[in-house]
Design a protein around this ligand. Sequence first.
Ligand SMILES: C[C@H](CCC[C@@H](C)[C@H]1CC[C@H]2[C@@H]3[C@H](O)C[C@@H]4C[C@H](O)CC[C@]4(C)[C@H]3C[C@H](O)[C@]12C)C(=O)SCCNC(=O)CCNC(=O)[C@H](O)C(C)(C)COP(=O)(O)OP(=O)(O)OC[C@H]1O[C@@H](n2cnc3c(N)ncnc32)[C@H](O)[C@@H]1OP(=O)(O)O
Length: 382
Amino acid sequence: MALAGVRVIELAGLAPAPFCGMILSDFGARVIRVDRTKVTMAMDSLARGKQSVALNLKSPQGVAVLKKLCIQSDIVLEPFRKGVMEKLGLGPEELLKENPRLIYARLTGYGQSGSYAKAAGHDINYLAMSGLLSTLGRSSEKPYAPLNLVADFAGGGLMCAFGIVLALLERSKSGQGQIIDASMVEGAAYVGSFMWKSRSLGLWNRPRGENLLDSGAPFYDTYQTSDGKYMAVGAIEPQFYDQLIQGLGLDAASLPPQMSFSDWPELRRTFARVFAQKRQAEWSRIFDGTDACVTPVLPLDEAGSHPHNRERGSFLRDAQGEVSPRPAPVLSRTPARPCLSRDPVVGEHTRSVLEEYGFDPAHIEQLLSAGVVECNKAKARL
Ligand SMILES: C[C@H](CCC[C@@H](C)[C@H]1CC[C@H]2[C@@H]3[C@H](O)C[C@@H]4C[C@H](O)CC[C@]4(C)[C@H]3C[C@H](O)[C@]12C)C(=O)SCCNC(=O)CCNC(=O)[C@H](O)C(C)(C)COP(=O)(O)OP(=O)(O)OC[C@H]1O[C@@H](n2cnc3c(N)ncnc32)[C@H](O)[C@@H]1OP(=O)(O)O
């Protein structure tokens, strides 16, 4: 796999860093997650392929253990507030001095500088600060955050993984590591560059929820079907819009022009009335195989069984029978081979990792008895 041989130390955090770590693991990196001691349940539901070491960083010995792990690793991924690692004596200064090839990824909400740098926050705060949240939501409603997809995952974990791969490529030429300052505000905004750079096209100059792609246009929206499900319509170009009208059995001559903004509310009511007359499966049979850009809105637990997704194997089932998306994108020669076995329990690999990283057995025993590290066994599944 593309990242085979790359060694990552991921410090346990909330959603963004675990997603970054899972991406790296899916594409072949060895990801060791450093968990706190005295916790029973990992908060990481994105732990595929990772190993877990339970380590108390509030002890000087714990800091020394982490240093030794980082010196022998390619990447350290830290999810904490600005300044936390420095307080522990594990800042970039210290670690890069010991390992100049280290790629030190810092995934935060607001970045390593600026007046908000030390403030707590979550996806919705970063999305708000990026400017994008102001554009999300229907005209009659207040702005809403689409789950924690944009800042945590797209602009956070994924953008940080991208930065890590960039730094690995650069290091293959320079031989040097570097620091990655991954701010979720900036990552989200960067993902949303189109919103800023397409304003001259007149795509966003109406109020929120009245534009082409923000639920303003009736031909770019969702509609309820007679069985309470929904169809998604994305028929923007005239040639696709014509096929939408045809599929709905409407007479184009009796409708207002597609881009007549003032007629959009009436056009939406017409579409809603027609979509409500048939079941989702019936509409799928009508529109499948056409360019009308009409697709069923699939629930999470049905997406994997849709014929198209099933043919591609877009979703995987792990050893526990849990379905989740396969890694993307698909590389032809070195595709990801995600681990399908169960997630690690906190501290499950402490001993084996420390032995592998050169800690002698007597030292490991001393660390265990001092509570600096913990070893936990996976509970047999009944
Ligand atoms: C929308 C998302 C948030 C979704 C998260 C949910 C998925 C989870 C939120 C609550 C979880 C549930 C809950 O915990 C209850 C159950 C617990 C059970 O165990 C599991 C099931 C639960 C139901 C659980 C399930 C889920 O996990 C939840 C629902 C986001 O937006 S996430 C993005 C958040 N923002 C960032 O990541 C930006 C950067 N980070 C930060 O700004 C801060 O870390 C943050 C997030 C504001 C938290 O601040 P906090 O003060 O808590 O921490 P820090 O200032 O970063 O300092 C860390 C301190 O911890 C020390 N430390 C770290 N590692 C170790 C170690 N190994 N040993 C010892 N100590 C350690 C470190 O030294 C720092 O100490 P100091 O404060 O003294 O410096």
